[in-house]
Design a protein around this ligand. Structure first.
Ligand code: TSB
Ligand code: ZN
Length: 584
């Protein structure tokens, strides 16, 4: 999908369309006041104060019609430059624009406004020449948005739209939007009974239903076995810690806004943990370590709680209670490169197993000038950053560098993907950390009997099971691979009276081998049952009649295919076994 923000012409066009929207709204709601109307990847929006009024579904076509009318009039868009004083005077009745002006520095930027007909807006520009150019646009949706994204402020009305040069571009875009909505994991998750939410449990706290729990358990087993083979040790630790633990780690000072408030019990004060690193540091510190033991890899499927703004929580993708596929790898400085390489290789292997291709690596580095955010040890930073680069180059993976995006404790590598709806998200992450081992006084004894401080690699391959499952549902459009499907095989007896016994016999053979099946013996037509198995995205449908029963065979149909094949029970078992074994 085209990125409108990054396309110079479309950016300008959408920016002008945001003004057109504001002008139309002003015609229809004369008291409306306007905050900001930026261009985004998907088009534009404008945040509007309508007093006590709230935008409703039926308002969008009305506003759109007014926009068309204004556009047809074809007024030129004229730029004016102002002094700060003039700007304050011009917008004296508009608290929102005054707020923007008050933050402008006239020595550094020109204050400009743009006028089209009876509407003027404070704006940097640039814009198209005339509103006539705004022909192919559509208002897409609306939502509430707190002024300056702060829930203590007034809720404004945000209206989203998009504009193109050509009608066919707009239509293609709208078609793709529909397609994306159809594979939104919140929709698929509901249809396939993967998860639910309930107000009584709380926002951003999804409940995994039996079907979703099967998917999650399979993911857990899959990654557990992979990690086990690589020498990880898995642990269980409580999902709370004392405030002192998080003061020791530094999260209390640096991460508190993402944490739930603390809870007092007797004379202890707890927090729901947002991260598991402190617990794993204590496990490392529980025994003395020799240089020979390193690397030590401590893994956990660990539940964390994070405060995410209520407007940001989204299905399984962004939750307030999540389970990380977490591990902390304790290494000697000379092992950083090798261990980082192992993690990147594991990420590559996992993405290949899931057939994921559309992802990007992002290497976040420090800003060398920013001595305030990043601890001051240029040699250590340079060394670490170069090692990470070397690994990525050796593995020949493409990556983008993001200067100034590193965590305060070290550089990191993230994997970014694009969900069906909304901005990019991070799945996997691998973060180098020089600081936490110091805060917890971690040591190992080197070959000369000296105490040395290890380095830690924080890594989560799936990120969280929650987010990974969300992404997987969208990528697969709900048609999960055989090994992950909650129901793998649906058996349909041609005639319940004659073939149900054979269906039951197969059911027990397959369940014995831990396959997940259903028998569809409803009183419905065969065609209906086959279609239903397709909407439930069941990978295999077996149709059993006389022929199959008499010859101990099955006739199977794969999801999404019309073709059927008849094979012996053993051959079918072998077929599915082969499809699954690589994930065990
Ligand atoms: C990897 N301490 C490290 C850990 O050792 C850590 O917590 N890193 S993190 O903050 O980046 O989180 C790990 C992963 O959790 C992210 O890469 C992301 O995929 C996932 N994640 C973060 N926030 C959420 C959320 N609100 N909902 C779902 N998943 C999330
Ligand atoms: Zn960590």
């Amino acid at each position: 999908m085209v990125n409108i923000k990054e396309n110079e012409d479309l950016n300008k066009l959408n920016h002008s369309c945001a003004h057109l929207l504001a002008q139309a709204v002003k015609h229809l709601y004369p008291d409306a006041k306007f905050w900001v109307g930026p261009v985004i990847e998907e088009g534009f929006y404008y945040d509007i104060d309508l007093g006590d009024e709230v935008v409703k579904e039926e308002d969008l076509p009305r506003i759109e019609r007014e926009m068309k009318k204004i556009a047809k009039d074809g007024k030129r868009i004229v730029r004016n430059e102002l002094s700060k004083e003039e700007a304050i005077k011009k917008f004296q009745d508009d608290p929102y624009k005054l707020d923007l002006i008050s933050r402008m520095n006239e020595d550094e930027e020109v204050i400009s406004c743009y006028t089209q007909g009876d509407f003027t807006d404070l704006c940097r520009g640039p814009h198209v020449e005339t509103v006539k150019e705004l022909k192919y646009f559509k208002l897409l949706k609306f939502s509430g948005a707190y002024w300056k994204a702060d829930s203590r402020n007034k809720m404004l009305q945000r209206i989203y739209g998009v504009c193109f040069r050509k009608e066919e571009d707009l239509n293609e875009y709208l078609h793709e939007l529909e397609e994306r909505k159809a594979r939104d994991h919140r929709k698929i998750g509901k249809e396939l009974n993967i998860f639910m939410a309930h107000d009584l449990v709380g926002k951003g706290m999804p409940l995994w239903l039996p079907n979703g729990s099967i998917v999650r358990k399979e993911l857990e087993n899959y990654i557990y076995h992979k990690e086990n083979r690589l020498g990880y040790h898995h642990v269980y630790t409580p999902c709370v810690g004392t405030v002192d633990l998080y003061k020791t780690s530094g999260h209390w000072d640096h991460y508190q806004e993402n944490m739930f408030p603390s809870i007092k019990v007797d004379d202890e004060e707890f927090v729901l943990r947002p991260m598991n690193c402190p617990h794993h540091m204590l496990i490392y510190a529980n025994t003395i370590h020799s240089y020979r033991e390193l690397p030590i890899k401590i893994g956990e499927f660990a539940t964390d709680f994070r405060y995410e703004p209520s407007g940001a929580v989204k299905g399984l993708e962004r939750v307030r209670c999540m389970c990380q596929n977490d591990a902390h790898i304790f290494v000697r400085p000379d092992q950083i490169k090798e261990e980082f390489k192992e993690v990147v290789n594991l990420i590559l292997e996992v993405y290949k197993d899931f057939g994921l291709k559309d992802y990007k690596f992002r290497l976040s580095l420090r800003d060398r000038e920013d001595k305030h955010k990043y601890f001051d040890d240029d040699e250590m930073w340079d060394n670490a950053e170069n090692k990470l680069r070397e690994v990525l180059d050796e593995l020949d993976v493409e990556y983008k560098e993001a200067i100034g995006e590193a965590a305060f404790y070290g550089p990191k590598l993230d994997v970014e993907v694009k969900p069906a709806v909304g901005p990019e998200i991070t799945l996997s992450t691998c973060q180098l950390d020089f600081l936490l081992p110091r805060r917890f006084n971690l040591t190992y004894v080197d070959q000369n009997g000296q105490k040395k401080i290890p380095v830690v690699l924080h890594r989560a391959i799936f990120g969280t099971f929650d987010r990974f499952t969300a992404f997987l549902l969208e990528e697969s459009k709900g048609a999960l691979p055989l090994w992950l499907s909650p129901i793998q095989i649906n058996i349909i007896p041609v005639n319940n009276e004659y073939h149900l016994d054979y269906a039951k016999k197969l059911f027990s053979i397959f369940t014995e081998k831990e396959y997940r099946l259903t028998i569809d013996d409803k009183d419905e037509k065969m065609g209906y049952k086959i279609r239903e198995a397709q909407t439930r995205k069941i990978p295999y449908t077996l149709v059993l009649g006389d022929n199959e029963k008499n010859n101990n065979t099955v006739t199977y149909r794969k999801f999404g295919e019309d073709k059927t094949s008849t094979v012996t029970i053993e051959a079918f078992l072998e077929l599915i076994e082969n499809q699954i074994k690589q994930y065990k």
